[in-house]
Design a protein around this ligand. Structure first.
Ligand code: 13P
Length: 255
């Protein structure tokens, strides 16, 4: 079964009101068992990827949704200064990890081959991988979007065979933080293409494709209404707890 997800990627930011300010009253349980069960079920498609330093505080204050890492090391342990391993994020309560975000590729020279190594670690360790792919503005303008995505997918997914869930986040680099997005039809068609290509190069039983890049309260619903868009990966708008909750509720309405 595929795994729909609406993920808050806080990047290297803390919400302006702090984590307690980010959490909305609708997100807090009254601690009665029934309310706890209802809330757990309500928030089961919400993922939050704060900076690792703030995972524990978030986990203590907000008991629902899924916690995630923004990245993991491609190594399992040892002398790798600055890295955080899959086991370490699991220990902190993470059940998913974003992999290969375009900012990791741009500022830390991450390649598709690194992303593929991290993907294999996630599958081995039972972390849901959220693999980011996307084209630059130059490639988009040159009509090379599918070509670029195909290359990324082939290099990352070749010879992967798994029964576990894989999430792919289509994030056009030019749409991130820019206020610009492709049309919902473009995204919907690209997601179908991504699913087809991955099925042709790898054996994966459960694939979800979510969209990221300038998703906000105004446009979220129109993305969620498309059949091939299984959720969203949200940066800027996720730093405001109310906006993120509104987007999540829009998602539930169209689900
Ligand atoms: P924005 O929502 O700020 O465009 O960021 C998207 C993103 O990079 C999420 O990973």
């Amino acid at each position: 079964m595929s795994h729909p997800l609406v993920i808050a990627n806080w990047k290297m930011n803390i919400p302006s009101g702090g984590i307690s300010g980010w959490i909305q009253s609708e997100m807090v349980s009254k601690n009665e068992e029934e309310d706890f069960d209802n809330k757990s079920s309500h928030f089961k498609f919400m993922g939050i990827a704060p900076p690792i330093s703030h995972l524990t505080e978030l986990k203590n204050l907000f008991k629902f949704g899924l916690l995630g890492a923004q990245d993991i090391s491609r190594f399992n342990d040892g002398a790798k200064t600055g890295d955080i391993s899959a086991d370490m994020v699991i220990d902190k309560g993470c059940t998913f990890s974003i992999l290969g975000h375009s900012e990791r590729r741009e500022f830390y020279n991450e390649t598709n081959s690194h992303v593929s190594e991290k993907l294999r670690i996630c599958l081995e360790k039972n972390i849901v991988p959220v693999v980011c792919i996307g084209e630059s503005l130059e490639d988009y303008n040159a009509g090379k979007t599918l070509e670029v995505l195909d290359m990324q997918l082939k290099e990352i997914f070749a010879s992967i065979s798994t029964k576990k869930t894989v999430v792919i986040a289509y994030e056009p680099v030019w749409a991130i933080g820019s206020g610009k997005t492709p049309t919902v039809d473009e995204v919907n068609n690209i997601h179908q293409h991504i699913k087809d290509i991955v099925q042709s190069i790898a054996e994966i039983e459960a694939i979800s494709v979510i969209y990221g890049g300038s998703v906000n309260c105004e446009n979220a619903k129109s993305f969620f209404q498309q059949t091939n868009i299984d959720g969203a990966l949200i940066g800027g708008a996720s730093l405001n707890g109310k906006d993120f909750l509104d987007i999540y509720n829009d998602f539930l309405e169209t689900f």
